[in-house]
Design a protein around this ligand. Structure first.
Ligand code: SF4
Ligand code: SF4
Length: 359
């Protein structure tokens, strides 16, 4: 690993030089009313870049796994793949989202490689950035916190609260050749030991500042959730205001379910196959056809779907991933109009109920 420093006064040039050569996807202000909302978009110039964002509406996985993507075109009995990934930079991804991307990398390659995903993933240089502003529903400081963020090519930390004698700027850690290539776009200097220590301290101290905490171990949570599986009154209570919109899934960086749909052009000879994000919280997700021309839904109720979502996040994938399938970003809590999707509140309620039952 090599560690560099770029002065604040040189940073905009770095971004603009990069933009001359490569498409850059980065956090920008997407709307501002009472609150500011941010999203990952193709950057047009350095003015748009907002590395001080708190959270983006959708996770950065959309750079490799878009919400809707045509994957095949077919015509007169022949077909061809349409995925055409080009080199790009995904810049400004917070560590919790890096962890989610790492999970998706594993899940999309563990048995059969999902080439639509890996084509974009491999073509992308992934640059993590430190968290400057904490989202109001975040709890990444207390879930999967012992799992290191990995899979990124470089890490940018804004150095703040410096002595007057020290120059403001960014520490830039480079982990591999992809990260190294970015150095040619800016006036980088070798970082000093003091700058390296300052960045370390900034990234360590932020971990305790999340507004929400889950103060249970992974096993404690998983075991209690499993024991509560048949507590139908509890799941009914947790899901009673759910209107099955699916927003808690579609905003989640670790959700990766999708559906595939063929659509035909008017000639009835050609068309395309599209894949799009799906959500296990929607009513039709688990609806299947049965042999007699009827259909069956094996998770009919909102309670069954809520239970499935929590089992997926906190139990089912733990062994495979070595951690929970939740990185504590808090997007689901913000997106849920009924304000019932927050894993912190759900788990606390489950733990409280289990403690009452054991009295
Ligand atoms: S929990 Fe909230 S966001 Fe999720 S499906 Fe129900 S209403 Fe929608
Ligand atoms: S379940 Fe909610 S808090 Fe956890 S990773 Fe998904 S969106 Fe973020």
């Amino acid at each position: 690993m090599n560690t560099y420093f770029i002065k604040e006064s040189d940073f905009n040039n770095f971004i603009d030089n990069m933009l001359l050569q490569l498409p850059v996807i980065a956090p920008v202000l997407s709307s501002e009313s009472v609150e500011s909302f941010f999203s990952f978009e193709f950057l047009k110039n350095h003015d748009e870049l907002r590395l001080d964002y708190d959270i983006t509406i959708l996770p950065p996985k959309k750079a490799f796994f878009p919400p809707r993507q045509v994957i095949i075109e077919f015509s007169h009995g022949k077909f061809h793949g349409t995925v055409n990934a080009k080199k790009q930079v995904l810049l400004g991804v917070h560590p919790y989202d890096i962890k989610a991307i790492d999970q998706t990398d594993f899940l999309f390659t563990e048995n059969y490689e999902d080439i639509n995903y890996t084509a974009y993933r491999n073509a992308t240089t992934l640059v993590c950035s430190n968290i400057q502003t904490i989202s109001k529903r975040a709890f990444w400081g207390s879930i999967s916190h012992d799992v290191p963020a990995r899979g990124h090519d470089a890490f940018l930390t804004k150095l703040t609260d410096l002595n007057e004698a020290e120059e403001e700027g960014y520490l830039f850690e480079v982990f591999n050749e992809k990260g190294h290539e970015l150095l040619s776009f800016g006036q980088f200097l070798l970082a000093t030991e003091l700058q390296i220590q300052q960045a370390k301290s900034i990234n360590e101290s932020i971990k305790d500042k999340c507004p929400q905490q889950l103060n249970y171990s992974q096993d404690e949570m998983a075991n209690t959730i499993c024991r509560s599986f048949n507590n139908t009154a509890l799941w009914d209570e947790l899901a009673q205001d759910c209107f099955s919109c699916g927003s808690c899934n579609t905003t989640c960086p670790t959700c990766y379910c999708f559906n595939v749909e063929d659509s035909w052009n008017i000639d009835q000879q050609s068309g395309q196959r599209t894949r799009y994000w799906d959500s296990c919280m929607t009513e039709d997700f688990a609806k299947i056809s049965s042999a007699d021309g009827q259909s069956e839904n094996f998770r009919k109720t909102t309670a069954a779907r809520m239970r499935h979502r929590i089992m997926r996040k906190m139990v089912y994938l733990n062994d495979k991933l070595g951690t929970q399938a939740c990185v504590g970003c808090g997007r689901c809590s913000i997106a849920c109009t009924a304000d019932i999707a927050d894993p912190v509140n759900i788990i606390k309620r489950i733990m409280e109920e289990a403690a009452n039952d054991s009295l």
